[in-house]
Design a protein around this ligand. Structure first.
Ligand SMILES: NC(=O)c1ccc[n+]([C@@H]2O[C@H](COP(=O)([O-])OP(=O)(O)OC[C@H]3O[C@@H](n4cnc5c(N)ncnc54)[C@H](O)[C@@H]3O)[C@@H](O)[C@H]2O)c1
Length: 371
């Protein structure tokens, strides 16, 4: 049976809305953009004109019209739950930008509203769909890494002072919910938690060292104790000129994987008594063999800023947004649970909230957190 084409509307016509509009147009057989809204009328009008759809002044006006199925929430982070709850209460499925929101009570309220209204919730964490992360997850699930020993998430990005000065919400606790970790590091915090599993405790240090007029951190570092006994570290900064690619390193008793810019840069596993070299995986650059070990020769990917927003928040690939939207559309039709549902997205938020609590109190913080 042919499936009905779904209708999408975007609220929040700033930097990220075009990634959503692009994703919708790439999935035109399944979904179409039918409206945009922003609480700044001129922004809504400009986006509506550029995208060839009607525009609305604010979310309430968009919902009063109501002729759509999916609400794409692209507003500042601290408004995600408020906007998503309004949408859910109006019977709309929600595709929410990362993070799910900036506080656990807000995230929980959004999750509850979607469940109560029987609508789907999908939260963006686009790197989960990357080739590198998909390989790593498969190797993990196949047991190739053995017992997990250590995981490290690194975000050495750069944001200018002008970036923080450009929007009233950026760099505020209320609406950005934090700085380098909540806004930029969240991508790889989510990958770290996804791969390494539940967290037992964190201890963190943070500071605001290279920016002015912001309330939040531009550098943070934490040590992590995982429930499975593994150890971890994470760091995030927006102070690292010129901005380097995010990386995730995972070490197990039987193998090591290093991912940079969503690509596997190094992977080696032990089978039996001998190290096993991984070869020529589909979709990865040609491997360089050094002493029988698979290494990725994409030195640029390893060190410089390539399409992941390391220095420019607009410079992101939208393959992950397409994958999220496709998953949401399929789940709306099938009734299945979404890949990145509310509880799954809440894990990264919980870890970030724990890091901030630890840095502010100087105490190691135990998880799970009371909301
Ligand atoms: N997935 C990614 O890689 C990625 C990249 C950038 C931003 N984001 C996320 O997207 C969200 C938006 O970021 P941005 O950089 O596009 O911000 P932005 O400031 O460029 O755009 C936000 C827009 O929302 C509008 N807005 C604010 N409050 C509103 C309200 N109550 N109702 C309707 N519209 C409202 C603003 O007028 C503005 O046009 C953030 O949560 C951010 O974390 C994700």
């Amino acid at each position: 049976m042919e499936q009905r084409k779904l209708r999408s509307a975007i609220v929040g016509c700033g930097v990220i809305h075009s990634a959503h509009a692009d994703a919708i147009s790439q999935l035109h057989e399944h979904v179409e953009l039918v409206a945009v809204a922003d609480d700044k009328l001129e922004r809504a009008a400009k986006a509506g004109e550029a995208l060839g759809v009607p525009h609305f002044h604010g979310l309430d006006a968009l919902l009063a019209w109501g002729e759509f199925d999916i609400l794409h929430v692209c507003t500042p982070s601290g408004l995600h739950a408020a906007c998503g709850i309004k949408g859910a209460n109006a019977g709309k499925h929600i595709l929410c930008e990362k993070p799910i929101d900036v506080t656990l009570p807000a995230a929980d309220a959004l999750i509850e509203a979607c469940a109560a209204n029987n609508v789907k919730l999908e939260v963006v964490s686009q790197h989960r769909f990357s080739d590198g992360m998909q390989h790593l997850k498969t190797w993990l699930d196949e047991g190739k890494l053995g017992r997990l020993v250590f995981g490290e998430s690194v975000t050495k990005w750069y944001r200018t002072q002008a970036y923080y000065d450009s929007g009233g919400w950026r760099g505020t606790w209320e609406l950005d919910g934090g700085g380098a970790l909540m806004n930029q590091g969240v991508h790889y915090v989510d990958q770290l938690r996804w791969i390494m599993g539940p967290i037992k405790s964190v201890a963190a240090t943070m500071g605001t060292l290279s920016h002015e007029r912001i309330e939040v951190e531009d550098i943070v570092s934490a040590t992590i104790e995982f429930e499975n006994g593994a150890v971890g570290t994470l760091m995030a900064s927006t102070s690292m000129v010129p901005g380097f690619n995010q990386s995730l390193e995972v070490y197990g008793s039987k193998g090591s994987v290093r991912i940079t810019n969503s690509k596997v840069m190094f992977a080696q596993f032990v089978t039996g008594d001998e190290p096993q070299t991984m070869w020529g995986l589909e979709g990865t650059p040609a491997p360089l063999v050094v002493d029988g070990v698979w290494q990725n020769d994409d030195a640029e990917a390893d060190t410089t800023t390539q399409g992941q927003g390391a220095a420019d928040p607009r410079a992101i690939s939208n393959l992950g947004h397409v994958a999220h939207l496709k998953d949401l559309c399929e789940c709306i039709h099938s009734g299945a649970e979404t890949f990145m549902n509310g509880p799954e997205a809440r894990y990264a938020l919980e870890l970030i909230v724990a890091v901030y609590r630890s840095a502010k109190t100087g105490q190691r913080v135990m998880l799970p957190l009371e909301a």
